[in-house]
Design a protein around this ligand. Structure first.
Ligand SMILES: Cc1ncc(COP(=O)(O)O)c(C=O)c1O
Length: 372
């Protein structure tokens, strides 16, 4: 049944920064028989997944998960970790969207704006945090709209070196980074770091995962208005008994179980290195054809490359052409970057051979001699 449904669809190789390519074996893993989510088999499944997730997040603390997407943990982070005021750092579309969530939740906040395409750097953050006004910092690890990865390790080290550094919750959106761009939850002493399954985890959309520190768990217990579905205290209570508070998203967990095995077999350090190598390959191939990076070259994302449309090509026409080759890439994000930039995702289960196929197709579109 699943085969016939899938076979009736055309497969289009996704060079989009989510949803990304998903391997057939991961899709197949989802089709396991249903079980009751309080049956021992479900508890065993969660018990098996937990330590593997910890290895990928590089933490010995909890990695919570919930059916839904990463945006849920945007809200959870604000509701469960902020009491006084949160400092948001913005440098692209997603960091700006997170501010809207904080607005919607009604928590006090300030915004420290960095130019789109530039990295979020520690110094101005520290100047703001020194005022003692804030008890949380919200920062995006991998800004999917600009293709820039922010130096979370340096930011976190600078925050912790402040006299009040331990009282500031470091909340990291690594929605399109985690497992592709290096993130070391315990070593970097973070409080929340979350991601979505449809990004570097290379799974279908539908599962959000979030590492939480003991520090944030203790703080959350003292806060009112944590909400219901994304309350980390509720999620942690169930997690500790190998369960979920609501019905377990079993197909997602079947897929996660298999995908985590694949990730650990590759080795997390090797996985980070592969993503960097793929980024370097994409940048070099793009540069050869005359495309320049949109963002700061020293902070290029290992997961997605954002090229400025320096050749002034018709990106919609390029994608129309790529569709005939059963591929698609991503136009620039939003009104600000549409047709001015385009993105090639190289995260998860996209490999250099796939990227080579993409560049060969781009060459066909550009015409002979355009490949430099
Ligand atoms: C950096 C970043 N944060 C948050 C989101 C929202 O994630 P989701 O659509 O999984 O809720 C995205 C989606 O692309 C993203 O790239």
């Amino acid at each position: 049944m699943s085969d016939s449904v899938r076979n009736s669809q055309k497969r289009i190789k996704l060079f989009l920064p989510g949803p990304v390519e998903v391997l057939p074996e991961i899709l197949e893993a989802q089709t396991g028989w249903m079980i009751g989510h309080r049956m021992p088999e479900a508890l065993e499944l969660i018990g098996r997944i937990k330590p593997k997730l910890q290895q990928v997040f590089l933490t010995e603390q909890r990695v919570l998960f919930q059916s839904g997407t990463g945006s849920g943990f945007w809200e959870a982070a604000i509701r469960c970790a902020v009491d006084k005021k949160v400092l948001h750092c913005t440098s692209g579309a997603f960091s700006e969207k997170w501010v809207k969530v904080t607005d919607a939740v009604g928590k006090d906040h300030d915004v420290l704006e960095f130019e789109w395409g530039q990295p979020v750097l520690p110094e101005p953050i520290i100047e703001k945090l020194k005022t003692g006004e804030y008890d949380a910092l919200a920062v995006v690890h991998n800004e999917t709209s600009t293709g820039v990865t922010n130096p979370i390790q340096d930011i976190a080290a600078a925050v912790r070196s402040l006299p009040n550094g331990q009282d500031i919750m470091i909340l990291v959106d690594s929605v399109s980074g985690l497992s592709g761009a290096e993130l070391r939850f315990d070593d970097w002493d973070l409080d929340m770091a979350f991601c979505s399954s449809q990004k570097a985890f290379a799974m279908p959309p539908g599962l959000a995962m979030c590492a939480v520190s003991e520090r944030v768990m203790e703080k959350a217990k003292t806060l009112k208005g944590r909400g219901y579905y994304w309350d980390i205290v509720t999620l942690a209570k169930s997690y500790d008994t190998d369960q979920t508070p609501n019905t377990t998203p079993l197909p997602m967990l079947y897929a996660l179980d298999v995908q985590l095995d694949r990730m650990l077999e590759e080795g997390i350090a090797n996985r980070f290195a592969r993503h960097i190598a793929q980024r370097d390959y994409v940048i070099a191939e793009g540069n050869k054809r005359g495309f320049e990076l949109y963002g700061h070259p020293d902070y290029s994302s290992p997961c997605v490359t954002n090229f400025a449309n320096t050749l002034d090509i018709d990106i919609s026409a390029l994608n129309k052409f790529l569709r005939t080759k059963e591929m698609i890439l991503s136009n620039g994000y939003g009104a600000k970057l549409k047709n001015k930039a385009f993105r090639i995702s190289h995260m998860g289960d996209i490999y250099e051979s796939d990227l080579a196929e993409l560049f060969a197709a781009i060459d066909e579109f550009l015409g002979e001699g355009a490949s430099g």
